[in-house]
Design a protein around this ligand. Structure first.
Ligand SMILES: NC(=O)c1ccc[n+]([C@@H]2O[C@H](COP(=O)([O-])OP(=O)(O)OC[C@H]3O[C@@H](n4cnc5c(N)ncnc54)[C@H](O)[C@@H]3O)[C@@H](O)[C@H]2O)c1
Length: 249
């Protein structure tokens, strides 16, 4: 994999899998622009990578997403790779999900991906080259209890990804979703009454995941880097599951 001369935008790059993707792409020579609402976290990862200053803001706002595309284009002249990893979770069933929570999670997980894709696609089409990788989830294809809105957002991401891949298949643009299973990132602990203990997580993994352990962020990021590379040149419109066998049953 070789990304020198390639410019990549990675949302959610301050933490978890977004940060791991930023590291994986930068390690192969890409210029990585991190986009995240967590200013300090984004700066820390950018500094670690010697990457350009991150762009801080909220991807659920279309004006911010347009501004991201414009500022990357004016600074670097091109956008080759977009990784949409920013996301949030709500751990409630439908009855317990407020209007506000529903709109918030759709705002980040779905609107955010749509707005950024819409902002970069005209440029990628003009370039006749580009790769977009959206973060879906195993919960976008199968259901899970207690995370109703989250499952709905990931289902939307999967089919938005397929539809955009078809629209732009002849424009030299490949559009894919990566669909992780349970990955050890801060999200795994978020929106819970108390952070899960190591013993709880190990037991969960042992009981529910065929390989018997949670994924590490780098194990997803390495797949994303492959998908972004020319070695995956015939892949578009695919939901790429990386779940330790979870959905094989
Ligand atoms: N952790 C898992 O088990 C898992 C499994 C499947 C899919 N996913 C998906 O993978 C992606 C990355 O998740 P993660 O586990 O690395 O989470 P994480 O919580 O470690 O990182 C998410 C990042 O997104 C940023 N973010 C959140 N809302 C934002 C907004 N409105 N604007 C800009 N940035 C925002 C956060 O600041 C954070 O840096 C998400 O889309 C998530 O839904 C996670």
């Amino acid at each position: 994999m070789e990304f020198s001369q390639r410019v990549a935008i990675v949302t959610g790059g301050a933490s978890g899998m977004g940060a791991a993707c930023a590291r994986a792409l930068a390690a192969q020579g890409a210029t990585v622009i991190i986009v995240d609402r967590n200013v300090d976290g984004a700066r820390a990862v950018a500094d670690e990578l010697g990457a350009p200053p991150p762009l801080a803001g909220d991807v659920s706002q279309s004006a911010f997403c347009n501004q991201v595309a414009e500022s990357v284009l004016s600074e670097y002249g091109r956008i080759d790779i977009l990784v949409n990893a920013a996301g949030i979770i709500k751990r409630t069933d439908a009855i317990e999900t407020s209007d506000e929570a529903w709109r918030q999670i759709f705002g980040v997980n779905v609107d955010g991906i749509f707005f950024l894709c819409r902002a970069v696609l005209p440029h990628m089409r003009a370039q006749q080259r580009g790769v977009i990788i959206n973060f879906g989830s195993i919960w976008g294809d199968i259901g899970a209890a207690g995370v109703a809105a989250y499952c709905a957002t990931k289902g939307a991401v999967h089919n938005l990804t397929r539809a955009m891949a078809l629209d732009h298949a002849r424009d030299g643009i490949r559009i894919l979703a990566v669909c992780p299973g349970e990955v050890e990132t801060p999200m795994l602990s978020s929106e819970r009454a108390a952070p899960p203990t190591r013993a709880f997580l190990d037991d969960l993994a042992d009981r529910t995941i065929p390989v018997g352990r949670l994924a590490q962020p780098v194990e997803i990021a390495d797949v994303v880097a492959f998908l972004a590379s020319d070695q995956a040149s015939y892949m578009t419109g695919a939901m790429v599951t990386v779940d330790g066998g979870f959905t094989a049953r």
